[in-house]
Design a protein around this ligand. Structure first.
Ligand SMILES: Nc1ncnc2c1ncn2[C@@H]1O[C@H](COP(=O)(O)OP(=O)(O)O)[C@@H](O)[C@H]1O
Ligand SMILES: Cc1cn([C@H]2C[C@H](O)[C@@H](COP(=O)(O)OP(=O)(O)O)O2)c(=O)[nH]c1=O
Length: 228
């Protein structure tokens, strides 16, 4: 008897890229597309995803670890990630539920490592410890020039009547964000088996279709259309 898609091997997909490129928007759209083909999936994010990792998130994003430097912050992100992997990601994958994460280990490599100047040996060691073997099956890198991304975020904040305050990393200079963009592209070039770079500078719906096509071609079991 043929198995329904959600009975097959669960997949771990991550979204990466700079600020405001549309990661959260597209994670939600991918979840809806997976639900349409009866695949059980959970949406999560980094830093965070579990109560303890969310506590580390608040600590870092409020700027309380800034004075410690990028190396110590990389260790904090890795501590949050270890909790996230062992308490949420691994158990869900083990029971057959796909996991879709808004940011994961490439953010540490890009922000603290390539852009923040932390030695790649420390980043490699932290990644090895925190992932505990759970390398993503697919990473979608959303790429776009940071000026356009910032305009989007600002326009939306004005529409919603919100003040644009920004967290620790959103406050960095434009040049820093350009280097960050290059860092994500470097990571993708060095991990072509895992990473797919897509232009985020397109309408939400067309980017959603590109992502769904990418996911379906990477995981052909989704194309069978067998109902659960
Ligand atoms: N393709 C798109 N075109 C225009 N605006 C978008 C697009 N995708 C997302 N947005 C808007 O841009 C802002 C940032 O999107 P978001 O998904 O929160 O980005 P991120 O999670 O990468 O920070 C939001 O206001 C969102 O509604
Ligand atoms: C996961 C992770 C995030 N970060 C940064 C990226 C973001 O600036 C911030 C998370 O904030 P968040 O608001 O979730 O990101 P976004 O702006 O994409 O919506 O933490 C790191 O510096 N290192 C990491 O390992």
């Amino acid at each position: 008897m043929l198995e329904a898609p959600n009975r097959r091997q669960a997949r771990f997909i991550t979204f990466e890229g700079g600020e405001g490129v549309g990661k959260s928007t597209q994670v939600k759209r991918l979840l809806a597309n997976l639900a349409n083909v009866s695949v059980d999936a959970v949406r999560t994010r980094e830093p965070g995803g579990t109560p303890k990792a969310e506590a580390i998130r608040s600590f870092i994003l409020q700027g309380r670890s800034e004075a410690w430097g990028a190396g110590a912050e990389a260790v904090l992100f890795a501590a949050a990630r270890y909790d996230h992997v062992t308490r949420l990601i691994a158990p869900n994958l083990a029971k057959g539920t796909w996991v879709i994460s808004d940011r994961f280990c490439d953010s540490t490599r890009a922000y603290q490592g390539l852009t923040g100047g932390v030695d790649s040996k420390l980043i490699d060691a932290l990644e090895d410890l925190a992932l505990d073997g759970h390398t993503p099956d697919l990473t979608i890198v959303l790429d776009m020039d940071p000026e356009t991304a910032f305009k989007r975020v600002a326009e939306r904040a004005i529409e919603d009547g919100l003040a644009l305050t920004g967290d620790r990393f959103e406050k960095e200079e434009l040049d820093w964000h350009k280097r960050l963009r290059d860092s994500f592209l470097d990571i993708a070039r060095n991990n072509t088996d895992r990473c797919v770079v897509l232009s985020a500078n397109q309408a939400e719906e067309s980017l959603e279709r590109e992502i769904w096509n990418t996911v379906q071609s990477r995981f052909p079991e989704l194309q069978t259309g067998i109902p659960a």
